[in-house]
Design a protein around this ligand. Structure first.
Ligand SMILES: [Cu+2]
Length: 93
């Protein structure tokens, strides 16, 4: 499942909503060089809380989690980025 960090430095992810089947889910976040910022990908909810690595512009961060059906949040683990809007919803069924 692929997510892209903002390519204009605006602190958001594209898309903001993801759907997955229950089981092992891997989120791959590409951080375009045009963001000019380091970003990462993390997943939290229903007892799960896992951060992928924070990567420089031009690189990719991945996180793999085992998920049950439910609603989770994915976000950027760089301090203040989540609060600024770098987050989205992951619905697992
Ligand atoms: Cu970020």
């Amino acid at each position: 499942m692929n997510v892209k960090a903002d390519s204009d430095g605006g602190l958001y992810f594209e898309p903001r909503k993801l759907k997955a089947k229950a089981g092992t889910v891997t989120l791959v976040m590409s951080n375009p060089s045009s963001t000019g910022k380091s970003h990462g990908i993390a997943v939290e909810g229903n007892g799960v809380d896992k951060d992928g690595q924070i990567v420089s512009p031009g690189l990719t961060s991945t996180v793999t989690v085992k998920l049950k059906p439910g609603t989770y949040e994915f976000y950027c683990p760089v301090p203040a980025h989540k609060a600024a809007g770098m987050k989205g919803k992951l619905v697992v069924s």
